[in-house]
Design a protein around this ligand. Structure first.
Ligand code: F6P
Length: 346
């Protein structure tokens, strides 16, 4: 066989650290005398064939950059069998030997199905600020996100304190409470709400009131966008639309919670939705290192022709795991983490 040609794509919501992965893959493939090809805008590029050649000269400066130089989309080729054929066609037309999909559950789910159903030699690399992927201890992007939320809450705290207000901060995370839990701990919030536990408004009011009675002049509440007022689907959504993977667009619960607090406690309350700020800007040092290491190991798996695998962080090591295990089940916030954070919310 001639030189190895490895394709890669970044799919789903972007996150800081994607460029570090791309740079890691390109370096390893280059060191082995191979070629790297970037498919543009996630699975959309895999369908259309739109691509760019990636060399170390191109990827050398990108480690500090947020987003992804390849672009991203929430395109799902499994929506239409013709699109799946198109992906396979692109793979052959470009003469690829492997395809590394860098993404969350949706993107990796497609990679897993392409491997299982179409025998396409795919490898997965886990990304998402939500940290909700099974089979890896942490996803890159999450650490940067926590730093952004923590810094934002530190800023909100000073203005909340000046005005003796309660501030409700709505954070992303979809149906997992990792972002809310970690940022609540890191920012010293008074209360937090996550999708994994039914919202208990009485408990929240009791805790906030207790803080005020203790003399604390402001309050900070962190709420996950996916927290539910009732377990039978009480999500707050931005609209009725779903994306190609069937996901609703969450958002707006913070405002409801703020209104409830103000009405029940008679304390001026504001809400802030941090939104896409949580995914923007340069990656933290941790995410740069994690992304680079995952990229290196994904590239090495391609060189070893170990397909149908995902690179994962286990402890401090990067190890290969079965791609299908990573996408089988969402990883919600674990009880032990919730209980640790809850020590401060009593
Ligand atoms: O999965 C990452 C994420 O940022 C979620 O936390 C959030 O619910 C969603 O993506 C937002 O998606 P979009 O960028 O399409 O608005």
């Amino acid at each position: 066989m001639g030189i190895m040609k490895v394709g890669m794509l970044t799919g789903g919501g972007d996150c800081p650290g994607l460029n570090a992965v791309i740079r890691g893959v390109v370096q390893v493939i280059h060191n082995a005398g191979g070629e790297s090809i970037g498919l543009l805008e996630g699975w959309r590029g895999a369908i259309s064939g739109e691509h760019m050649v990636l060399t170390p000269e191109i990827t050398r400066p990108i480690i500090s950059m947020g987003g992804t130089i390849l672009g991203s989309s929430r395109t799902n080729p499994f929506k239409n069998p013709d699109q799946i054929d198109a992906v396979c066609q692109t793979f052959n037309d470009l003469g690829l030997d492997a395809l590394i999909a860098i993404g969350g559950d949706d993107t990796l789910g497609v990679a897993s199905k392409l491997y299982g159903e179409k025998n396409l030699p795919t490898i997965g690399c886990p990304k998402t600020i939500d940290n909700d992927l099974s089979a890896t201890d942490q996803t890159f992007g999450f650490d940067t996100c926590i730093n952004i939320v923590t810094e934002s809450i530190d800023r909100l705290r000073t203005t909340a304190d000046s005005h003796r207000r309660i501030l409700v901060v709505e954070v992303m995370g979809r149906h997992a409470g990792w972002i809310a839990c970690y940022s609540a701990i890191a920012s010293g919030a008074d209360y937090f709400m996550v999708p994994e536990r039914e919202v208990d408004l009485d408990d929240m009011i009791a805790v906030l009131q207790k803080r005020r009675d203790e003399g604390k002049k402001h309050g900070i509440v962190v709420v996950s966008e996916g927290a539910q007022f009732s377990k039978d689907g009480g999500y707050v959504t931005q609209n009725q639309e779903v994306d190609e993977f069937g996901h609703v667009s969450l958002g707006g619960i913070g405002e409801h919670v703020a209104k409830i607090i103000e009405a029940r406690m008679g304390v001026e309350t504001r809400s802030v939705t941090l939104g896409h700020l949580q995914r923007g800007g340069s990656p933290s040092g941790f995410d740069r290192v994690l992304g680079t290491r995952l990229g290196i190991h994904a590239g090495r798996l391609a060189l070893k022709k170990e397909f149908g695998k995902m690179v994962a962080l286990r402890g401090t090591n990067i190890v290969p795991v079965e791609l299908k295990d990573a996408v089988d089940k969402m990883r919600g916030l674990e009880d032990s983490f919730f209980d640790e954070a809850a020590e401060f919310m009593k």
